[in-house]
Unconditional design. Structure first.
Length: 282
C-alpha cells in the first residue's frame, strides 16, 4: 500500500488530535484508498479502527503501524464511522453500528445506491450522516456530498477532511442533485475515454496509422485536461483562445457545435445517466 499514491496534490491540512478514533467499516478498494490518503496526511494510525472480515495484505500490514484491525468494539465510541461496504451488505451490517455512535459522531457513507432515508432508518434516531456521490480514488477527483439535518459545523468539517484527502469536495443541500452529479462526474470519465477513442478513429479514417492516431488522441486529451486543470479561465474561453477564425479548428467546431452536434448529444447522455442513477437508488 503506497500511502502517497492517492493523496490530493493540493491538500494542506492535517487531522490534528481527533480524540476519538475513526472507524472504517470495509477496507476494499475504495475504503483502502481513503485510508491511504488519511495516513499520508498524518492521521495517527493508532486512531484508526478497521473492520474488514477479509483484509488484504496491505491493510493487515498497517497493524504494525498501530492501526487496529477487527478489535472488540464494545465500549468504543467513534469520532466518525466511515461505511465503505457493498450496498447489499448494508441491511445486515448497518444496524449493528449503533453502539459506536453518540451525538458527536458523524457517519460518512460511501455506499452506492443507499440514500439518506435508508441510513436514517437503519441507524439510531438523530444520527448525523454525510453522504458523497462517490469517493475519489485519485488526487484529481472531486466528491460532491450532502449531509442530513443532524450534521453540525464541526461534523461537516471532519467529513470534509475525510473525503477531501483524496480529492476536492463540494457540498450541496439537495440530495436529489446527486443523481445529476453522478451523471456528470461519476460517469464523466467514460465520456472522456470515448472521446479519445472517437478522436483516434477519426484520425485513422483521415489516413493516420492507427497507433499514431491513438497516441495523438491520448496526448491531446492529456494536454488539454492539464491546461484546464491549471488555468483560471473557463472552458469556453480556453476553447476560443485556441480557435483561429477561419482556421482548421473553427472548421471542426462548426460541425461539433451544430444544432445536432455535441451539446444536445451530451444533454441526452447525461439525462439518461441521471434517470438510471435515480432508478437504481429506488
Amino acid at each position: 500500500m503506497t500511502a502517497s499514491a492517492n493523496v490530493r496534490p493540493d491538500a494542506k491540512y492535517s487531522f490534528g488530535d481527533l480524540g476519538r478514533p475513526l472507524v472504517l467499516i470495509g477496507a476494499g478498494n475504495m475504503g483502502g484508498a481513503m485510508l491511504e490518503g488519511w495516513l499520508a496526511l498524518g492521521l495517527d494510525p493508532t486512531k484508526v479502527v478497521v473492520i474488514e472480515p477479509q483484509p488484504g495484505p496491505a491493510v493487515s500490514a498497517l497493524t504494525a503501524r498501530g492501526v487496529r484491525l477487527n478489535p472488540d468494539l464494545r465500549g468504543l465510541q467513534a469520532a466518525a464511522v466511515i461505511i465503505a461496504i457493498k450496498p447489499q451488505m448494508a441491511p445486515e451490517v448497518i444496524p449493528g453500528l449503533g453502539p459506536l455512535l453518540d451525538r458527536p459522531t458523524v457517519v460518512v457513507s460511501i455506499m452506492a445506491g443507499r440514500r439518506l432515508a435508508f441510513l436514517e432508518q437503519a441507524l439510531p434516531a438523530g444520527a448525523a450522516i454525510a453522504m458523497p456521490n462517490t469517493a475519489a480514488a485519485v488526487g484529481r477527483g472531486i466528491t460532491v456530498a450532502v449531509g442530513n439535518s443532524q450534521v453540525v459545523a464541526n461534523q461537516r468539517d471532519l467529513a470534509d477532511r475525510l473525503l477531501g484527502a483524496t480529492g476536492r469536495v463540494e457540498w450541496i443541500a439537495d440530495e436529489a442533485l446527486l443523481d445529476a452529479v453522478t451523471a456528470v462526474s461519476g460517469s464523466g470519465p467514460a465520456y472522456v475515454f470515448l472521446l479519445a477513442e472517437s478522436l483516434a478513429r477519426a484520425g485513422a479514417a483521415a489516413g493516420l496509422p492507427t497507433e499514431l492516431a491513438e497516441r495523438l488522441a491520448r496526448a491531446t486529451l492529456d494536454g488539454a485536461g492539464e491546461l484546464l486543470h491549471r488555468s483560471p479561465l473557463d472552458a469556453a474561453t480556453l476553447r476560443k483562445n485556441v480557435t483561429s477564425p477561419g482556421g482548421t479548428t473553427a472548421a471542426a467546431l462548426d460541425i461539433l457545435m451544430d444544432k445536432d452536434g455535441l451539446d444536445p448529444l451530451l444533454e441526452r447522455a447525461v439525462a439518461a445517466a441521471t434517470k438510471r442513477s435515480r432508478d437504481l437508488a429506488n
